[in-house]
Design a protein around this ligand. Sequence first.
Ligand SMILES: [Zn+2]
Length: 263
Amino acid sequence: MIWLLVVLLGLALGSFFNVCIHRIPLGQSVVFPPSYCPRCKKRIRPYDNIPVLSWILLGGRCRSCRKPISLRYPVVEAGTALLFAAIFARFGLSWETLSGLVFVSLLLVMAFVDLDHQVIPFRLSIPGVILGITLSFLPPGRTVDALLGAAAGAGFVLFAWLLWRYVLAGVFRRFGIDQKEGIGVGDLPFAAMLGSFLGLSSTLVALFAAVAVGVAIGLVLQWVGRTGKGQPIPFGPFLAAGALVGLFFGASIADWYVAAVLS
Ligand SMILES: [Zn+2]
């Protein structure tokens, strides 16, 4: 029963997150007007607005204009439900679950906004940091760890940006690769937000995972020629992917590392 609730909550919020991803960067309200087709602007009727199901029943097309509706909508809805279920499976009925649900929600919206616009707006990421630190007061209380994590996240982005700007970009250029930087100022509060939710050791795991995933996908994209010249790959989605690794496996990876390497 409670599992059903968790999944339904994920689907419903996923549907709302689609609206957020679409409207927040445009500076529009996320509550008004009600959902409409981005192409023909017709209002979407409640029975056509059921997460995932409506998209399948309508064959991925708008009922009025028959233009295709992006596959992303059902993917975000199903993905939110899946992440919510995974968090509940991992942390059970606890404050950690509450904090985890808020965290993945923020990650999801910001990662997709970054994919679309190559920027994570401060009006999303700054409240995210504040929320992460606020939730760290929940029992058992891990506020110092949250602040350390936030500092580590922000410090990492600053360091990576400086390293790219003053060292790596020159090296790449010498080899004839003109890759624009994918790390921007918007990533700084975003990484601080990750840190505030994850705490120090899981943040380090998350950053390492983000760089590993980012380098791997960057190389693949370069290899298949999907990145045109001067088209930066946004780093936010990789940070978000790394954050999920940190959230689910950070504690065990950190323990393993301490046991295997430092002892
Ligand atoms: Zn339409």
